[in-house]
Design a protein. Structure first.
Length: 368
């Protein structure tokens, strides 16, 4: 049974009519299939899907990113990689089933694969905690990324989470510290890392894994510091204003590419990734292959600097330096007058002493 979003009612109606036309049986028995009518209806359906999906607003894009039928990390891991060997546990507390981790082969190259997993049905979603990672999940990821770094194995990450789990137990076990350590680990890795946002990229729960050399998004994915509902609740005390919040947050792939937050957009089939899984598999595979090739010849220092500069340059076009190989060199561009004022303030003590000596010399010269 297909699941439809609230703006897809016309699509649902057309698809139901098309299925009836394709059915060789009617209430009275065997009927003749009208191929011409089917072809005409199919063209009408395709045009309707294209028309709707070419004009999605940010909130509709959010709904597509959360679509129940949208392919999840487990699907991509099973179909893009060979010889996947799952690894579990953080060696401190336990296992977190909301994140899949393991080593695999991609085009005969060893890679570490990490994927936040929401689950495909209710029972699976409960088991996976709806993709919300706990501290043990981040610590498991840190353990395996460190292992991959040791053996010079590239890392591929699939991001799909509404955010880190905010439960009491997670906070007691150091959720914030685990997220911070995960970001620190990501930024210090000496191997290429590629993060792909396949659905939701929610807040610190996503950035803890997406601090990568390349950050890529599927066309209808979202990536933001908070959900539109959460933003609307905080700003306007009204979660129903999520459309206004979604517009203001610039959470779509197109907006984030323009802002320099991500590096690439992977095209989805018309109507979303769930409508043609082979299409999206092919595009993701091509993107991973291309980006691994782009990064493979970089030295360890070049990999670290490329990743660091990528994040340091975000949002710095309005007065900040764009590139920096040294974090300490970050500074605001200042005007000539401001620069003179700063120099005067820095040399204030020396100027006072110089002024006093000049005054004393003038007095002595005048009276003598």
């Amino acid at each position: 049974m297909k699941n439809y979003l609230n703006f897809e009612t016309e699509i649902k109606t057309l698809e139901e009519e098309l299925e009836k036309l394709k059915d060789p049986y009617d209430q009275s028995g065997l009927s003749e299939v009208d191929t011409k009518k089917i072809s005409k209806m199919q063209i009408e359906l395709d045009e309707k899907i294209k028309s709707i999906y070419s004009n999605l607003d940010p909130w509709q894009t959010t709904m597509v990113a959360r679509h129940e039928d949208r392919p999840k990390s487990n699907f991509f891991i099973e179909n893009l990689f060979d010889d996947f060997i799952p690894l579990s546990g953080d060696r401190h507390y336990g296992e977190d089933k909301s994140v899949l981790t393991g080593f695999a082969k991609f085009n005969n190259q060893s890679v570490l694969v990490i994927g936040q997993e929401k689950g495909d049905n209710l029972n699976d979603r409960i088991k996976r905690n709806f993709g919300m990672m706990r501290p043990e999940g981040y610590r498991k990821v840190i353990r395996l990324m460190t292992l991959a770094d040791k053996f010079k194995i590239p890392i591929i990450l699939f991001i799909d989470t509404p955010g880190a789990y905010p439960g009491v137990g997670a906070e007691e076990r150091g959720q914030a510290e685990a997220i911070a350590k995960s970001i620190e680990c990501c930024m210090s890795l000496k191997v290429p890392t590629i993060a792909i946002v396949i659905g939701e990229g929610g807040s610190g729960g996503a950035i803890a894994l997406a601090s990568s050399n390349k950050v890529i998004m599927l066309e209808n994915a979202i990536y933001s510091v908070i959900s539109p509902e959460g933003c609307a609740t905080i700003l306007w005390r009204d979660p129903k204003k999520m459309l206004d919040a979604a517009k203001a947050m610039k959470l779509s792939a197109k907006d984030l590419l323009n802002l320099g937050v991500i590096d690439e957009i992977i095209t989805e089939p018309v109507g979303g990734a769930h409508r043609d899984r082979d299409f999206i598999l092919k595009n993701i595979k091509n993107s991973i292959f291309k980006n691994l090739n782009d990064l493979k010849d970089l030295s360890k220092d070049e990999i670290i600097n490329q990743r660091k500069n990528k994040f340091l340059s975000i949002g710095r076009s309005g007065g900040f330096v764009r590139q920096s190989t040294d974090e300490g060199s970050l500074s605001m561009k200042t005007s000539f007058v401001t620069d003179i004022k700063k120099r005067i303030y820095t040399l204030k003590k020396e100027l006072i002493i110089f002024g006093f000596l000049a005054f004393l010399f003038f007095i002595l010269y005048y009276f003598l």
